[in-house]
Write a protein that binds this ligand. Structure first.
Ligand SMILES: [Zn+2]
Length: 408
């Protein structure tokens, strides 16, 4: 009766299996320590070229999960989720050594959104998002200050980007972004507060329709993690959210919106929009992926398409496990090629979604391995400049042009 349901788990099954089979034994045992330790890799020379401006990366998700209600009640859950299910990731030092140019770090409250399903709008949502921002800022200040630093606005980002990677002063600029307008907790005034906190980008919607816009499922494991009303589109409140974002200089990100929502968001926006971490419906038939007409419309309006590094959503694998077994950076390069033909290379960028519970390519498990993608692209496109633009320059130029309330 329910075709394809056999390989999928509901949210509750996911959690109960994780707790039941791995339970306290794993997180309280030395096994967890063994999983996290290893021989440190040798230092690499920093790349002085442009390497990567990542429009969407979950650098702090495992740290944040420890602070959630579920994480506090079951201290091992965050560890299990991070080690067993979050197969991609990033390490600040390795990204620094690899010469990564810019990280747009995104905040979303994973356990609250998936599991506890607070009443929407959740009056605690904004407060929790500020806590996530605080946590990232404290991490940058106290733990990784030698590698990365926060950019509060486009000017600060530009200054940081102008520092030569050959010098000891160089740091990776890090930018706050928010995933899901439900982080506003239904309060429009929070948009201005997010802008003041240095938020550059916010997706209008995320896994669930929470009264802002209908959302498309992006996870093969969670058949219930999508909108029960996919054609509902953008709500009246959603329209006001978009107007408020444009007024305060937060860039509208259409990722996760259903086709109907994308249509209506594009009708309502007056400024260029981003799809920070998306894929092409022509290459992989997923509700999450963008149809050609929307890709063309975003590009024609001066927008930018960030491609995520997740073979499952880029192509037509029959299941997540098939994608895990066979998906490679070829899926990413194929998508880049397709989009370049469709809208030109200046409209294409990267939003890896690493650290966000995706299934990474088998030949790139960590963000610091981005050089593998560069090499594959260089062979394909035969132009270093072309590759620099897609991997970094396009995203940097777009943020410099569109982040902030300044009138154009
Ligand atoms: Zn996402």
């Amino acid at each position: 009766m329910r075709e394809g349901a056999r390989q999928q788990l509901s949210r509750r099954q996911f959690v109960s299996r994780a707790l039941g089979t791995l339970g306290g034994a794993l997180f309280s045992s030395p096994l967890l320590g063994l999983l996290s330790c290893g021989v440190p890799p040798p230092l690499t020379n920093r790349n002085t070229r442009r390497v990567l401006a990542d429009l969407h990366v979950h650098s702090m998700i495992n740290e944040w999960n420890k602070q959630t209600a579920l994480g506090v009640r079951y201290p091992g859950v965050a560890g299990i989720a991070g080690k067993m299910f979050n197969a991609s990731g990033m390490d600040w030092k390795k990204c620094y050594d690899a010469g990564v140019d810019l990280l747009c770090v995104t905040h979303f409250n994973v356990f609250d959104e998936w599991l506890s399903m607070p009443t929407d709008p959740d009056p605690e949502a904004a407060r929790k998002t500020y806590m996530m921002m605080d946590q990232l800022e404290a991490h940058l200040r106290d733990k990784v200050s030698q590698y990365a630093t926060l950019a509060m606005n486009a000017d600060e980002m530009k200054t940081l980007l102008s520092v030569s990677k050959d010098t000891s002063e160089w740091r990776i600029p890090v930018v706050h972004t928010v995933e899901g307008g439900h982080a506003l907790g239904g309060d429009l005034s929070v948009v201005e507060e997010f802008a003041k906190r240095g938020t550059a980008i916010m997706t209008v919607t995320h896994f669930f329709n929470k009264g802002i816009a209908s959302s498309a499922n992006s996870f093969p494991y969670f058949p219930d993690a999508n909108s029960p009303w996919p054609h509902q589109g953008l709500s009246e409140f959603g329209k006001r959210v978009i107007s408020e974002m444009e007024e305060h200089g937060i860039i509208v990100d259409i990722t996760h919106a259903t086709t109907t929502s994308v249509d209506q968001i594009l009708q309502h926006t007056t400024k260029p929009v981003l799809a920070t971490h998306t894929s092409s419906r022509s290459l992989g038939d997923h509700p999450y992926s963008l149809v050609d007409e929307h890709i063309e419309e975003i590009a024609a309006g001066g927008g930018l398409i960030g491609i995520l590094i997740d073979p499952y959503l880029l192509s037509n694998y029959s299941s997540a496990s098939e994608a895990e077994e066979h998906g490679t950076l070829r899926d990413v390069v194929r998508t880049i090629e397709y989009l370049v033909k469709l809208v030109g290379h200046k409209c294409v960028a990267i939003g890896s979604d690493f650290g966000g519970f995706i299934t990474p390519p088998k030949d790139m498990k960590r963000l610091s391995q981005i050089g593998k993608l560069r090499e594959m692209m260089r062979r394909e496109f035969q132009s270093e400049t072309f590759v620099d633009d897609i991997l970094a320059n396009n995203a940097i130029e777009f943020l410099q042009e569109n982040w902030g309330a300044k009138s154009k």
